[in-house]
Design a protein around this ligand. Structure first.
Ligand code: C2E
Ligand code: MG
Ligand code: MG
Ligand code: MG
Length: 292
């Protein structure tokens, strides 16, 4: 270890730190490369009506097919995409790919109400966001009403007029807006009712907490009540068990997304489910049947 710096401000130069810096730089280069060389792919996860298992939508989720590394999950690279600003270009790719996929499915007879796409905060501060979305809708022929953009609580609660304006413009185009991971941020409840938002997605952490030992969740019930009184639709994320599904449905949250219904899948594997219109789990949870 080498000491550098002045007397009062000693900085230790640690070779391991250089390694980390180096690794980060390499990863950045790899992400640039990934964008140029089409290494990103989208997987699609069904959003389901709990009652009959009908697929009401899909959420597009980014994956990185990194040569030699297999399929890399977004938790491993989204932060770096944001820090480097690459998320703006990657986000445009995601939206275009998702809209094209929606139209390709439509072309072969899939009737799907909704394609949900995640937006990052950085895309929101990009002045080209609204024109970019408009361009992609025009280019792909995607019906704006079938597109849902998922924003974080952080974006939604941003007090900037510019952000609010963009949300309103997107809504005016007919696009649906959903607040993702709801309940994990710091929503200003007084501001929530003014937001031009259609749906809130209950964060999976609240859903995960529902189990045989704690089958009730006052928080989930409160969120559903809040959503209803503000006339928002509500969907629960991370639904993994019939018990969770039953509780949520019983609370009035009937749209679910989670491993119980299906993991995110490549488009080709999603297709048979979509043609079928349901996840093939009818009976996994049925309101009339006791759930064990
Ligand atoms: P998210 O938008 O909240 O997406 C839901 C995440 O939960 C996905 O993780 C999904 O695979 C996972 N998930 C779904 N059902 C279950 C379940 O039953 N149990 C568990 N344990 N997990 C479940 P994924 O695909 O790894 O994505 C993680 C996050 O990365 C996303 O969270 C989203 O914030 C971000 N992300 C993914 N794709 C994009 C994208 O295209 N653009 C942006 N800006 N962010 C993205
Ligand atoms: Mg999401
Ligand atoms: Mg979420
Ligand atoms: Mg998330």
């Amino acid at each position: 270890q080498v000491k550098v710096g002045c007397r009062h401000n000693i900085v230790f130069f640690d070779p391991a730190m250089e390694m980390r810096g180096n690794a980060r730089w390499q990863m950045e280069q790899a992400l640039h490369h990934a964008l140029r060389n089409d290494e990103f792919v989208l997987h699609y996860q069904p959003q389901v009506a709990a009652g009959d298992g009908a697929i009401v939508g899909v959420e597009a989720l980014l994956r990185w097919q990194q040569p030699g590394h297999g399929l890399v999950a977004p938790s491993a690279f989204i932060d770096l995409l944001e820090e480097t600003g690459l998320i703006v270009a990657a986000g445009e790719w995601v939206l275009r790919t998702a809209c094209r996929q929606f139209m390709a499915w439509k072309g072969v007879g899939v009737r799907l109400q909704r394609m949900a796409v995640n937006l990052s905060a950085l895309q929101f501060s990009d002045s080209d966001l609204v024109p970019m979305v408009r361009r992609i809708l025009a280019e792909t022929g995607m019906d704006a009403h079938c597109l849902e953009l998922e924003i974080t609580e952080g974006i939604a609660m941003d007090n900037e007029d510019a952000v609010f304006d963009k949300l309103r413009q997107l809504r005016a185009m007919g696009i649906c807006l959903a607040i993702d991971d709801f309940g994990t941020g710091y929503s200003n409840l007084g501001y929530l009712h003014r937001l031009p938002v259609n749906r809130i997605k209950i964060d999976q952490s609240f859903v995960r907490a529902i189990d045989a030992r704690t089958p009730d969740s006052p928080i989930v019930r409160a969120i559903v009540t809040l959503a209803r009184s503000l006339a928002f639709d509500v969907l629960a994320e991370g639904v993994e068990t019939p018990l969770q599904a039953q509780f949520l449905d019983g609370c009035g949250c009937g749209e679910h997304q989670g491993y119980l219904y299906g993991k995110p899948l490549p488009a080709a594997e999603m297709m048979p489910l979509l043609l079928q219109g349901a996840c093939g789990i009818a009976g996994v949870y049925s309101p009339d049947q006791p759930v064990c």
